[in-house]
Ligand binder design. Structure first.
Ligand code: ZN
Length: 186
């Protein structure tokens, strides 16, 4: 295993004690759920990752800190050309073994209870908790994926999609009412 191989699975408590850090890039294609939403080949689309684990002995939990940066090519819902969506995430996530420990965290702290999501399994007496680091980081990036990706300003000819039209109606409920009224009167 090369020194820079991204670890698929980590044991958060053990690795935090060992001062685990990882810096490098992975192809966006490794993030299957994100890749599914993109257009074109993402084999060579880099995802930059800097991450580390640290032990919080007082709170009895592990902090995962990660800076992630990627660009996801998606289809602009306005002009239907490719738009590169910036995915930049600064993760500060508490990995806790037991829900009862959440109370000790600040109200606005992000946390994952090990074993309660697909990205982790809970430890038991003789088995350590395991985290699928890639899935965990992908969960964070997925939160940044826009439902309706668009250029800030489309360079290409405006071709309204059905979604645009629905949104315009939603934006101007009175215009719609006014036009209905006009029709009734005519
Ligand atoms: Zn566009």
């Amino acid at each position: 295993m090369s020194a820079n191989t991204f670890p698929a699975h980590i044991e958060p408590f053990k690795w935090a004690e060992q001062g685990f850090t990882w810096s490098g890039t992975l192809p966006l294609s490794r993030f299957a759920r994100i890749a599914r939403e993109t257009v074109g080949s993402v084999e060579h689309q880099p995802v930059q990752i800097n991450c580390k684990l640290s032990m919080d002995a007082y709170l009895r939990l592990v902090w995962l800190d990660a800076d992630i940066e990627a660009k996801a090519p998606m289809t602009c819902q306005r002009c239907l050309e490719v738009v590169e969506i910036d995915l930049v995430s600064n993760v500060h996530l508490a990995l806790v073994e037991d829900e009862s420990l959440i109370e000790r965290l600040d109200e606005d702290a992000d946390f994952v209870v090990l074993g309660e999501s697909e990205s982790s399994s809970k430890g038991s007496f003789d088995e350590p908790a395991i985290v699928d680091l890639l899935t965990l980081l992908e969960d964070e990036l997925l939160l940044l994926m826009p439902l309706s990706p668009k250029h800030h300003a489309c360079e290409h000819k405006h071709r309204p999609t059905e979604q645009d039209i629905v949104e315009e109606k939603r934006d101007n409920p009175f215009d719609v009412l006014a036009s209905l009224k006009g029709k009734l009167n005519s």
